[in-house]
Design a protein. Structure first.
Length: 144
């Protein structure tokens, strides 16, 4: 590499280091490796005000990965995705899914820009995966 090439690339390298210094934990990360998209989903602490309960309604077959902003663990057989529009969509796993440790976070490897039930899986960071059986839309209701 010549010195002129290095000097030409210096602003790009400095900009890259500034971007990497920002908050690493709070955002969904997308990595593309040889045409394979891998999403790292950050977990947020589960906080539900005592006066709110979540009612389940029929959910979509697929969700856009660009709309996912985070996730919370709500049980061993499902994960709640926090969406861009402030909604929640629960991913329920198949019956044969072992109780995996998702507390360290998890990864998604969708085939395209959509995460679909009965096609895609949630992969634990410590190994293992569970296929998504269906999505359920969660609607907040005031507890009586």
């Amino acid at each position: 590499m010549t010195i002129s090439t290095f000097i030409a690339l210096l602003p790009a390298l400095l900009g890259l280091s500034a971007v990497q210094g920002q908050d690493e934990q709070g955002a969904v990360r997308r990595v593309i490796i040889q045409d394979e998209v891998i999403l790292r989903i950050p977990l947020r602490p589960r906080f539900v005000p005592p006066e709110i309960e979540w009612a389940e309604q029929r959910g979509p077959r697929c969700i856009d990965t660009g709309d996912i902003r985070g996730a919370t663990l709500s049980g061993t057989s499902h994960v709640d995705f926090l969406m861009f529009n402030r909604g929640r969509i629960r991913a329920e796993f198949t019956v044969d899914c072992p109780a995996l440790d998702f507390y360290g976070g998890f990864y998604l490897k969708p085939e395209d820009e959509r995460l679909c039930a009965r096609r895609d899986s949630v992969h634990s960071r410590v190994g293992g995966s569970c296929q998504i059986d269906r999505f359920v839309q969660l609607v907040p209701r005031v507890r009586r």
